[in-house]
Structure formats: structure tokens, C-alpha cells
Design a protein around this ligand. Structure first.
Ligand SMILES: [Zn+2]
Length: 288
């Protein structure tokens, strides 16, 4: 933990008015740590209509403080219903405004909504100040279909990254489909969440995405194998293309961090590789 003291509350010393602010930078092993994949929702929201999931920002901040994370990127999926899509983005923007040093917000956009989706993307970036897009193809569209292209083209013109949910078992967003989208739009920055998730198949993902330098892998929701998740992937793709994600508070941030630590203790992940995964790569992508 690093404590920075900069100017703030007035104090008179030797006749001068002095201001001081104490800024606590948490850090993990000296690294400014960014969790590239989290979710926040108002208290009481239920998932799939009945299953209660407690993911309010206050609870997530407690976890981040406990685990040493400085910042987290909110990548809520949003909705296929226009009003709910806008409501989610408004909520994410409110959370970011309340804790601007801790959260970065991405817009949940549904390409099925056509021009409504484009308008919402422009509003989310230009009015709400969100910094990227989350696409969740299980809403009902193949990620490499033409319905997605206008969103990707808009992201390129706005110069923002796109996080895409991936799943080998999905008809909509398996890693091969995301690779195809990357090949069609080499100027787009695509962050593939979960590495395809499948415990037997996710080791194929680094090889599938290797030819497409515009794909970065986010390690949230990956199977419990530190070696494939962090070591094999970074050796295959280079230090710049892996970012740490936890999917907190759906999944446990401390367990995800433990997996990264095990990659270093047991599987030979280097300090430099860890630094890139844990913060430097996401900071570069977000230009912070
Ligand atoms: Zn997620």
C-alpha cells in the first residue's frame, strides 16, 4: 500500500494556507492493480428472475480493498430491451461518478436494436462518459454477423475497446467466431472474456487468437488451471495481450487473484508478466 499526500483541506502553517489530501494507492506487490471484468447492480436485483445475486458497488469496493485492487472495469451485459439497456448504462455511469478513482464503466450495448443501439452507444460515450463497450451475444446474435458490424465500426471511430463474452459451447460467441470478427476489423480492440470457458477446450484459445493482434484475453471465468490461464497464454501471445479479470461479484475476486499468485509460485510466471496482466495492459488499453 502506498500513501500519497497531496493538496486538500485548508491548514495554516507559517502564515501559508496549506491543503492536503491523502490518497491511498492500494497496489498488489507494488503494481497498480486493475480488475478488467466486474459487475455491479443495485441491491436486491435478482438474476434469471429468481436467483438473488448481491453485487452492489459498496460490496465490491470492500472486496477490492481487501484484495488490493485499485480499480475495476464494470462490464454489465445490459439488455435487449431498449429502456433497460439505457437504465443499465445510466446506473453504471452513476457508480463511476460516485467513485471516479475506483471504477471505469463500459456500456452494455445490444446490436439487435440497430440504430437505437448506435444512438445509445454515442450517448453512453459522449454524455455518460463510459469508456468501452460490452457485447453479450447470448442476447441472440452471432458475434461475427453483419448486425454487429455497425457497432464495431462505431467503436473504431470512437477509439474504444469492446469486451465480448466468449463460450465454446455457444452458437453465438465461441472463440473462432470472435477471431473471425477480429480478422474483419483489425483496427478494433477486442477483449475476449473467459477464453471460451470450457475446461477441456480453453487451452486452444491462445492458438486460435494468436494471428489477430487486436484480440486481448481477459481471464475472468476461466477454469481453475493457473498454467493455461496465465502462463501458457502469455508465452503464446506475448506480454501485452492478457488482462486479469475476476467476474466479481458473480465470482470470487480473491480466488481469481489466488490463481494468478499460484501461476507465479508454481508455474513460473515472471514478475514482469504478472505486472502486465494485473494492471499495465489494461491501463494501456484504457489510456490511463
Ligand atoms: Zn461477466
Amino acid at each position: 500500500m502506498l500513501i500519497l499526500i497531496i493538496m486538500s483541506a485548508p491548514k495554516i502553517l507559517y502564515g501559508y494556507v496549506i491543503y492536503t489530501i491523502v490518497v491511498v494507492i492500494k497496489m498488489i506487490d507494488g503494481i497498480i492493480a486493475i480488475d478488467a471484468h466486474v459487475h455491479v447492480h443495485p441491491l436486491g436485483r435478482k438474476r434469471y428472475g429468481k436467483f438473488p445475486v448481491l453485487t452492489p458497488p459498496e460490496m465490491l469496493l470492500e472486496e477490492m480493498d481487501r484484495n488490493g485492487f485499485d480499480k475495476a472495469v464494470i462490464v454489465n451485459a445490459g439488455s435487449v430491451v431498449p429502456e433497460l439497456m439505457r437504465e443499465n448504462n445510466d446506473y453504471v455511469s452513476e457508480v463511476v461518478k460516485k467513485w471516479p478513482n475506483r471504477f471505469i464503466g463500459f456500456a452494455g450495448i445490444c446490436p439487435l436494436l440497430g440504430s437505437v443501439a448506435i444512438e445509445e452507444l454515442e450517448r453512453a460515450v459522449n454524455v455518460l462518459g463510459l469508456k468501452g463497450i460490452k457485447l453479450y451475444p447470448p442476447h441472440g446474435y452471432p458475434i461475427d454477423s453483419p448486425i454487429v458490424f455497425p457497432i464495431v465500426e462505431k467503436a473504431i471511430s470512437l477509439n474504444i475497446p469492446i469486451v465480448i463474452h466468449s463460450d465454446f459451447q455457444s452458437l453465438f460467441c465461441n472463440p473462432y467466431q470472435i477471431a473471425r470478427l477480429a480478422s474483419l476489423y483489425p483496427e478494433a480492440t477486442l477483449i475476449m472474456a473467459h477464453m471460451g470457458m470450457h475446461p477441456d477446450l480453453f487451452l486452444l484459445t491462445p492458438e486460435i487468437v494468436k494471428p489477430y493482434n487486436n484480440i486481448v484475453l481477459d481471464t475472468s471465468g476461466t477454469p481453475e488451471c493457473p498454467e493455461i490461464t496465465f502462463v501458457y497464454s502469455i508465452r503464446e501471445l506475448g506480454v501485452d495481450r492478457i488482462v486479469f479479470g475476476s467476474d466479481a461479484l458473480y465470482f470470487d475476486q480473491a480466488l481469481a487473484l489466488k490463481k494468478l499468485e499460484r501461476a507465479k509460485e508454481r508455474w513460473g510466471l515472471t514478475e514482469e508478466e504478472k505486472r502486465h496482466i494485473l494492471g499495465e495492459n489494461m491501463a494501456r488499453i484504457l489510456r490511463i
